[in-house]
Design a binder for this molecule. Structure first.
Ligand code: SME
Length: 170
């Protein structure tokens, strides 16, 4: 696929994602919808989904598309753990060359991960996309998937009514 084709696919898919997420304050519904849209749109993806921060230093699998994923990943392990620890995306062209890579799927050859922060800046989840093809993801993917992560952030915000109740005096 040419970079232009990939760019087009992302633009269309992110438009669909923005429409689905509009006004949606439900992280599970948002992550499930994003996993479906991205997995359907990216022919190289073998696994597309989310790991959620469930306690300090621990990720647990969330909505995904693809074969069975690992249930839990400590921040100290794997590509997803590095993403959570360093709070930045990882583009991994060769998973065998990444120290501590967790092989949930023995056929996985490359991977991209993107952190998701709620609007207050707290890390809430990691988006993970794996491929059976080597070097399936590059900076173009990172750029667009970071846009997807920014769209998803709003689903993790507390509902406006809760926020105003909490900030009300007395
Ligand atoms: N490869 C990831 C683990 C998650 S799965 O592949 C679904 C990692 O090293 O963090």
């Amino acid at each position: 696929m040419s970079p232009g084709d990939k760019d087009q696919i992302y633009r269309r898919t992110l438009g669909e994602l923005a429409a689905v997420l509009d006004g949606l304050a439900d992280p599970i519904a948002a992550m499930a919808s994003a996993a479906s849209l991205l997995h359907q749109a990216l022919p190289a993806a073998s696994w597309t989904g989310f790991y959620r921060v469930v306690e300090p230093g621990l990720l647990r699998v969330g909505p995904y598309q693809g074969p069975l994923g690992c249930l839990e990943i400590p921040f100290g392990r794997g590509v997803c753990g590095a993403t959570a620890r360093e709070r930045r995306s990882q583009v991994v062209p060769d998973v065998d060359a990444f120290p501590g890579h967790i092989a949930c799927d023995a056929l996985a050859r490359s991977e991209i991960t993107v952190p998701i922060f709620e609007p207050g800046g707290e890390l809430v989840a990691v988006l993970d996309i794996d491929s059976h093809q080597p070097a399936a993801f590059d900076e173009l993917d990172r750029e667009h998937l970071e846009t997807a992560a920014a769209l998803l952030a709003h689903a993790f915000a507390p509902p406006a009514s809760t926020a105003s109740t909490e900030s009300a005096p007395g």
